[in-house]
Design a protein around this ligand. Structure first.
Ligand code: ITT
Length: 198
């Protein structure tokens, strides 16, 4: 069976990606299986650039087909912040809760109609054998709440609200999040590409 390395160290992403890709005839391993693999600096200005940097660096090290996701939250009132800086928003060393509380503090007293936001994900699969890469994207629209709700998922999920479901991303069961999330859409589009590569 062909191996696919997930070029991510984010536990939340690893769990989701493993669930989403479980039906494919692939041996899926996390980058943690390669303890000497490099830490990849996300120096790109776009999700696409950073996804490619991660996939290529890990594939060059492992010589295996590699999938990377670069994703983040764009808040309209904050002109697209935190965007590519979502994982590094605020101070170094903060946890997810400290980061979303920081986001909420930036939106203090901002009315609901101005709290629109979206999650975006760019997924890339890089094949070191051919040097080819395939990109797919997904996004999902929502509203930033004033207080967190729910404990599923990770990152900004507790403050990202879907008006049509009347739930935050953190109140959705994993199966439902995976079916409608930014990463879920990007992976659904990537599956046919992966099937060609297998
Ligand atoms: P890797 O680079 O190792 O994959 P990372 O967490 O640094 O892990 P990114 O640079 O792509 O990954 O940053 C994505 C950040 O965007 C992530 O840390 C969360 O803060 C946020 N994010 C992305 N997808 C999310 C989701 O489904 N739910 C909540 N927050 C999400």
């Amino acid at each position: 069976m062909r191996r696919l390395v997930l070029a991510t160290r984010n536990r939340g992403k690893i769990v989701e990606l493993q669930e989403m890709l479980a039906d494919l005839p692939l041996e899926i391993v996390g980058v943690a299986s390669y303890p000497e693999a490099p830490e990849v600096a996300e120096t790109g200005k776009t999700f696409r650039d950073n996804a490619y940097l991660k996939a290529k660096a890990i594939a060059d090290f492992t010589h295996e087909m590699t999938l990377a996701d670069d994703s983040g939250l764009e808040v309209d009132y904050l002109k697209g912040e935190p965007g590519v800086y979502s994982a590094r928003y605020g101070e170094i060393g903060w946890n997810d809760q400290q980061r979303y509380e920081y986001l909420l503090s930036k939106l203090n007293n901002v009315p609901e109609n101005l709290r629109k936001a979206r999650f975006r994900s760019v997924v890339v699969v890089y094949d070191p054998g051919t040097g080819q890469s395939e990109f797919t994207e997904g996004s999902v629209e929502g509203v930033i709440l004033t207080e967190p709700r729910g404990s599923n998922g990770f990152g900004y999920d507790p403050v990202f609200y879907f008006p049509e479901y009347q739930k935050t991303m953190a109140e959705l069961p994993a199966v439902q999040k995976n079916a409608l999330s930014h990463r879920g859409w990007a992976i659904q589009k990537m599956v046919p590409q992966l099937q060609k590569l297998i």
